[in-house]
Design a protein around this ligand. Structure first.
Ligand code: HEC
Ligand code: HEC
Length: 204
């Protein structure tokens, strides 16, 4: 009797462990990754092995200003093209110039993670053929927890950094030069600006 109970207990315990482990694994899969979300926001097909669209996004023709930004095709599918690299849309760096669309930004979005997930899976803002569930989770994580107020670092009208160049160089020399080198090229990110792509591990 004692032995049977122990066996049953063991089965229960193993079962519970598998249940906890699978729940934990599921949690890891669905929990978005901020950095990845930011990269997807910039140009999703360059980070998720997707195919750059050739036709215009269906919302592109509805942009309030159709004359300033005359881009077509893949550019019209970049989140940042419509909402801005500063997430401020028409209220930020894209308030004028050749990137202006007149679309709103997403910086002040009050949508919950569930509402955002739904937004990317249906209607005219449906990205489910372009973004996997994990991609969408990453983008949602970025929107809810990764956006920063870019105007603290960059003057959104001149696009110049707010910081002091000389002070920046002093800091760079003291804290960054040992790894990145005097010209910033010692670690090669395979983006065409380096010296031999030695650091290339995740497809920069
Ligand atoms: C072609 C332009 C365009 C592109 C590309 C685009 N959006 Fe949008 N987005 C819109 C418009 C227009 C709305 C307003 C709601 C609607 O019409 O669906 C919107 C709404 C949103 C909202 C809701 C804001 C709120 O709280 O009201 C978020 C968040 C958002 N977009 C994020 C993204 C992300 C992330 C991507 C890229 C995966 C993206 N958008 C790509 C045009 C675009
Ligand atoms: C100990 C070595 C080390 C130091 C010190 C260091 N970095 Fe880095 N840096 C790296 C490595 C390694 C990466 C690549 C990390 C990755 O891709 O996961 C990186 C990535 C970066 C990137 C991203 C480049 C890209 O295109 O993806 C920037 C920007 C950067 N570092 C700036 C700085 C600055 C500014 C400092 C000083 C405040 C600094 N780093 C100090 C090693 C260092």
């Amino acid at each position: 009797m004692k032995k049977r109970l122990t066996t049953a207990g063991t089965v229960l315990m193993v079962g519970a462990l598998i249940w906890v482990a699978s729940g934990f694994y599921g949690c890891i899969l669905l929990e978005g990754v901020l950095v990845q979300g930011g990269l997807l926001y910039d140009k999703w097909w360059s980070v998720n092995s997707g195919t750059a669209p050739t036709t215009d996004h269906s919302l592109w023709s509805t942009r309030p200003d159709t004359t300033s930004n005359t881009r077509t095709g893949s550019d019209t599918w970049r989140c940042k093209e419509c909402h801005g690299w500063d997430y401020m849309g028409v209220d930020g760096a894209y308030s004028s110039g050749s990137h202006k669309t007149g679309f709103d930004g997403i910086f002040d979005s009050t949508k919950t993670a569930a509402e955002l997930t739904a937004l990317f899976k249906a209607g005219d803002h449906d990205f489910s053929s372009q973004l996997s569930d994990q991609d969408i989770a990453d983008v949602v994580a970025f929107i809810t927890g990764g956006q920063i107020d870019m105007s603290e670092y960059i003057d959104l009208s001149t696009k110049e950094a707010n910081g002091d160049e000389t002070e920046g160089e002093t800091l760079y020399t003291a804290q960054c030069l040992s790894c990145h080198g005097a010209d910033g090229k010692t670690i090669d990110f395979c983006d065409g600006g380096g010296v031999g792509c030695s650091y290339c591990t995740i497809g920069y």
